[in-house]
Design a protein around this ligand. Structure first.
Ligand SMILES: NC(=O)c1ccc[n+]([C@@H]2O[C@H](COP(=O)([O-])OP(=O)(O)OC[C@H]3O[C@@H](n4cnc5c(N)ncnc54)[C@H](OP(=O)(O)O)[C@@H]3O)[C@@H](O)[C@H]2O)c1
Length: 308
């Protein structure tokens, strides 16, 4: 397949593009952040006039995985209109473009559209209730995509892995600070279902092969608190667990409100794929193996060096 990946410099887009390569032709959309990647690049700001038509015409993809977004939850609070354009209007236009051309599309959304007040696991049937600008605009994106293109897949994700600048994921936050011996907080009152980005990439490709459509939870099959996530990373990497202080998200000074319970059921996904969904534990092993094999350095080497 000729797979078009937007957000190719992002945490998901870059890992996904690299993971898809052995079996697929990948064309990544990038705004000059990448250099030397082993896949084709199209230099494009997706918000520019005429950008999408140009992209479809030049690339002629067999499918699109839309990972580009304004994904910084706190930055979205300061830029509601930019957040709306990137997280809702852009995916709507892409979904319409894919629909008109008969191109299968995966739109990446977030578990954060749920407010975290449910006891137990959320299913895809449960009503979302976003708490902040990021989540509100991502939910608008979900609705718009499925309205204009019901054949599209909307994947609500939560993932961890190694990123271009080494700071994009919560797992990197723990590794970077613990390695430097810095004390940090870990929230004991936020539960989520993180999936290793390599597992996510493989799952998304499998969903395309299976020609699924509609809304899916594409998260890990294990629930863990953010504090325990940090502790598990510390243990795996041999860092000092005591550097992580158990704390409450309510006492943090993060700008956007966070949901406390992001336990998402993956029953619909595992049934559709007819196989179990990987969880955090096996993902952590893969994350650590990449570390031992120098994958973070490899990823960082794809960052465009400033000229002059
Ligand atoms: N990270 C998580 O744990 C998490 C959790 C739940 C959901 N998600 C969702 O997963 C998806 C991927 O997230 P991520 O963490 O990989 O995001 P990320 O690392 O912040 O990457 C965002 C990407 O979007 C690109 N982009 C932004 N504006 C653009 C524009 N105008 N034109 C072209 N490209 C543009 C960025 O390019 P530049 O490098 O040029 O800025 C970057 O490649 C998003 O939909 C996000 O909402 C992420």
């Amino acid at each position: 397949m000729r797979i078009l990946v937007t957000g190719a410099s992002g945490l998901l887009g870059l890992n996904l593009s690299l993971a898809a390569l052995p079996s697929h032709q990948v064309i990544g959309v990038d705004r000059s952040n990448l250099a030397g990647v082993p896949f084709e690049l199209l230099n494009l700001d997706l918000l520019e006039d005429g950008a999408l038509e140009k992209m479809f015409e030049v690339i002629k993809p067999d499918c699109l995985i839309h990972c580009a977004a304004l994904a910084d939850v706190d930055a979205c609070e300061s830029d509601p209109s930019g957040s709306l354009r990137l997280n809702a209007n852009l995916p709507e236009a892409l979904a319409a473009g894919c629909g008109q051309r008969g191109i299968p599309m995966i739109h990446i959304s977030t578990d954060a559209v749920l407010d975290g007040t449910r006891e137990g696991f959320y299913t895809e049937e449960d009503a979302p209730n976003p708490l902040g600008i990021y989540a509100q605009t991502k939910l608008k994106g979900e609705w718009a995509v499925l309205k204009v293109n019901p054949a599209a897949i909307v994947a609500r994700v939560n993932f961890f892995g190694w990123s271009l600048n080494g700071t994009r994921s919560l797992a990197e936050f723990f590794v970077n600070n613990l390695r430097a011996g810095k004390p940090i907080n870990g929230f004991t009152d936020v539960y989520f279902c993180p999936m290793f980005v390599g597992d996510l990439a493989e799952t998304l490709l499998h969903m395309l092969e299976k020609k699924l459509d509609g809304l899916y939870h594409v998260v890990g099959s294990e629930v863990i608190s953010k504090y325990d996530f940090g502790v598990a990373i510390a243990r795996k990497f041999g860092f000092e667990v005591g550097l992580i202080h158990p704390s409450s998200v309510e006492e943090s000074n993060l700008k956007a409100r966070r949901s406390h319970n992001l336990r998402l059921s993956v029953h619909k996904l595992s049934t559709a794929l007819d196989r179990p969904v990987p969880g955090f534990s096996t993902g952590l092993v893969r994350f650590y193996t990449q570390y031992q094999q120098g994958y973070p350095q490899k990823i960082a080497s794809y960052q465009q060096k400033p000229t002059g």
